[in-house]
Design a protein around this ligand. Sequence first.
Ligand SMILES: Cc1cc2nc3c(=O)[nH]c(=O)nc-3n(C[C@H](O)[C@H](O)[C@H](O)COP(=O)(O)OP(=O)(O)OC[C@H]3O[C@@H](n4cnc5c(N)ncnc54)[C@H](O)[C@@H]3O)c2cc1C
Length: 472
Amino acid sequence: MKTCDVAIIGAGSAGLSARSEVAKKTENYLVIDDGPLGTTCARVGCMPSKVLIQAADDFARREHYEELGIRGGDNLTLDSRQTMKHVRKLRDRFVGGVMKGIEKWRDTHLLQGRAKFVDDGTLDVDGEIVRSDRVVIATGSRPVVPKAWEALSDYFIDSDNIFEQEVLPERLGVVGLGVIGLELGQALHKLGVNITAFTLDKRFGGLSDPELQEYAAGYFAQQFPVVFEGVDRLEPSDNGIVIHTGSTTTEVDRLLLAMGRRPNVDGLGLENLGIELDSKGMPPFERDTLRIPGTSVFIAGDATGDHPVLHEAADEGRIVGYNAVQDESHCFRRRQGLTITFSSPNIAIVGRSHDSLVRDGVEFETGEVSYEAQGRAIVMLENKGLLHVYGERKTGRLLGAEIMAPRGEHMAHLLSWSLAAGITAQQALAMPFYHPVIEEGLRTALRDLAGKVGGERPPLELMRCEDPPIGG
Ligand SMILES: Cc1cc2nc3c(=O)[nH]c(=O)nc-3n(C[C@H](O)[C@H](O)[C@H](O)COP(=O)(O)OP(=O)(O)OC[C@H]3O[C@@H](n4cnc5c(N)ncnc54)[C@H](O)[C@@H]3O)c2cc1C
């Protein structure tokens, strides 16, 4: 039997951040992981997907070459074996960075095996008992595969194995167009794979604003076939697998399953903690301390099912690591919500989404801009997109935004920082906007919003000398 102050289940981004905090206070800790090590983000998530998208974007750019007077673009071909090799090479580099960080404590603090709760404070790790004063659950998530389809797994690709493909399939069905389905599906389409996508709704990359949803649906359906119906049935055929929906039948070679991710909490023995689990088997937890009430157990990262993105996993890891070595749990304020889909155009949700504002009955106005006639976007030949920024009706205080725009990732950051500073649309307009930049489109939306809301609007969009400093 081993005993320790803190046991962290999971050596992913959340677990490793938790470890860093715990190690500041005690050397008597264990990190338990049943591998493979290296984190989801570096191995099969954020990083390899961005390498694939970079290759796809670079290759797709050839479509504009003739127009720009650059001849020979039509002769460019793709060696997809090399592309995938490159993805794996950079993936290995990122994983190597993580592994280097683990090296320092691996021999003394890492226990490799699958952890399961025996009770609050006791874990069974492949038959070895670990007693710990505090336990952190940072077990991540995995792709959802419907039970009825499990027997057909030979036809499936998901984010766990896509980067291992030596060659790309000719015809690919993509089920689900949330963040992962859209990023990978569009990238593969740009790399020459015949994509047919299936989605039940128009929440591309998490969009909830009906106007943006319609715009995105029209845009992506022009790029590759999109079936706006659920998949009813799958049937193997002589040449691949046939996808049946209510009104369509499509044969493909493989299927990319991107129907969401499921927290890895089943099989953890949570029922032995003496707490009530919800209908999905999820434990209750305090959102600002990340503690499971009435226990000495904390939960962080994708395992919470709450904010399945890297920076949130890292933040939550820090919170639980900090709290796991305190007498009392501290409450932490969370950052502004920020999710980005690296599609082209980028899609981003900042702060409050449209549906959350409507659901909570918030009185708000929407500032709008289309990127179809935006100067810099035209220069880049990427003039597609729509940006909606939401502000409090009475004051103009910025509340959130939904973005589908070229280089939207950067505007999403500007906006989330503005939200964090609590500024109004009018105050945001007093910031400098260089010319010609994509951000000038954001200024158009802010002007639209400032014209619709109450609150003071300085003349000339410049602060007068007598005005108080912004944020002061
Ligand atoms: C294709 C893809 C693209 C993505 N792109 C982005 C992006 O661009 N930006 C972004 O912010 N986020 C992105 N994400 C999400 C991001 O990768 C995750 O939010 C983040 O990696 C979650 O970290 P984690 O620590 O919660 O889980 P993980 O890193 O998955 O760590 C969980 C660990 O727990 C271990 N484990 C599980 N159960 C047990 C058990 N019972 N016993 C012992 N060990 C166990 C696992 O082996 C694993 O090592 C992407 C995800 C995917 C799949």
